[in-house]
Design a protein around this ligand. Structure first.
Ligand code: NAD
Length: 359
């Protein structure tokens, strides 16, 4: 049994879809269902008798105790978080609450449960904390002294820039402290930017696709030169399950797609794909790229993130299956084929959705 926190979110739902379709694990999805949680992102769960759902806040220790003793998980995969940088700038409180206090509370719940276990059930237990490359801060592009293009490795010092990345950095430190101090068997992953199906429309790629389809402006921060290392979400989900089941306790694994792209080039790629796939544009639009507009940059905006993912490749044999081109094509096609999903999200009529079907 795997306990996935945040399983109704973008990456958590991809992990659960992968666990249900490609493994024999049972899954309990523990999610508070904030604005970002959407059970309609796990359509397979309806027909699976290996899937359970608990609407629980990771800050609620009594509820966590109940879930641990009811389901007796072998692995915890902790994804629940407040995850949107812009929201963390507008209101950091929820980020401190969920990402720091929530992770602390979950660690305590897991530790209490783990201490109650015996034999192999205890020695095989593991707590996998899912984090971001944003904890490392900014990378020079290129390095002013050496002229090289450095990458984040597992040894890069933490230097978070935003309330979001600072709260994730704090949670990473807590997880390592619970390993060092209490011996809780933990493993940590730090991943670059994800994209793909079921991505909440406020994030860059779906936001641009949906705005373009509606003939609305495509707002790019600053001059669009910020570089992100993009990873297709299903590749991330496969990496996470590999680390959760085969990663070495106490280790950190960086996960990335080897796809460094400037934000403006991501938007231009989307426009080109839409020209090809949806040539009938909204009235008055000559080409989708005419919709690109440059807006005031986000405060504290990091210039470049890029991941060195050699360790997970060498030790666990994981590499991404999708290139940026193939993943972007799949993503645009998914949004074209799944209008109902995103229209319900945009209308606010989602989350529990057809909850009756989930039991
Ligand atoms: P998301 O915002 O799409 O989903 C977060 C989920 O957590 C939602 O289902 C939400 O309801 C749930 N949640 C929030 N607060 C909760 C609480 N207090 N108790 C229980 N559930 C709660 O996020 P995502 O993009 O799927 O990211 C998942 C994890 O991966 C996060 O920890 C994030 O920091 C990390 N990460 C994300 C990216 C990315 O590109 N999206 C990249 C690297 C790492």
């Amino acid at each position: 049994m795997i306990l996935v926190t945040g399983g109704a979110g973008f990456i958590g739902s991809s992990v659960i879809r992968h666990l249900l379709s490609d493994t024999t694990f049972s899954v309990v999805n523990l999610d508070k269902l904030t604005y970002a949680g959407n059970l309609e992102s796990i359509p397979d769960s309806i027909k699976s008798n290996r899937y359970f759902f608990e609407q629980v806040d990771i800050c609620d220790i009594a509820e966590l105790d109940r879930v641990f003793s009811t389901y007796r998980p072998d692995i915890v995969m902790h994804l629940a978080a407040e995850s949107h940088v812009d929201r963390s700038i507008d209101g950091p409180g929820d980020f401190i609450q969920t990402n720091i206090l929530g992770t602390y509370t979950l660690l305590e719940g897991a530790r209490k449960y783990w201490l109650s276990l015996e034999g192999e059930k205890k020695s095989n237990f593991r707590f996998h904390h899912i984090s971001t490359d944003e904890v490392y801060g900014d990378l020079p592009h290129p390095d002013e002294v050496t002229g090289e293009l450095p990458l984040f490795t597992e040894k890069t010092s933490y230097a978070p820039s935003s309330p979001y990345s600072a709260s994730k950095a704090s949670s990473d430190h807590l997880v390592r402290a619970w390993l060092r101090t209490y011996g809780l068997p933990t493993v940590v992953t730090n991943c670059s930017n994800n994209y793909g199906p079921y991505h909440f429309p406020e994030k860059l790629i779906p936001h641009m696709i949906l705005n373009a389809l509606a003939g609305k402006a495509l707002p790019v921060y600053g001059d669009g030169s910020q570089i992100r290392d993009w990873l297709y979400v299903e590749d991330h989900a496969r990496a996470l399950v590999k680390v959760a089941t085969k990663g070495h306790i106490g280790e950190t694994y960086n996960i990335g797609g080897h796809n460094e792209k400037r934000n403006i080039d991501v938007v231009k790629t989307l426009c080109e794909l839409l020209e090809e796939l949806v040539p009938n544009k909204p009235e008055g639009i000559g080409s989708y790229s005419d919709l690109i507009t440059y807006v005031k940059d986000r405060p504290g905006h990091d210039v470049r993130y890029a991941i060195d993912a050699r360790k997970i490749a060498d030790e666990l044999g994981w590499t991404p299956e999708e290139t940026f081109e193939s993943g972007m094509r799949k993503t645009v096609q998914w949004y074209l084929d799944n209008k109902e999903w995103w229209q319900r999200v945009l209308s606010g009529d989602y989350k529990l959705g057809r909850i009756g079907e989930h039991g």
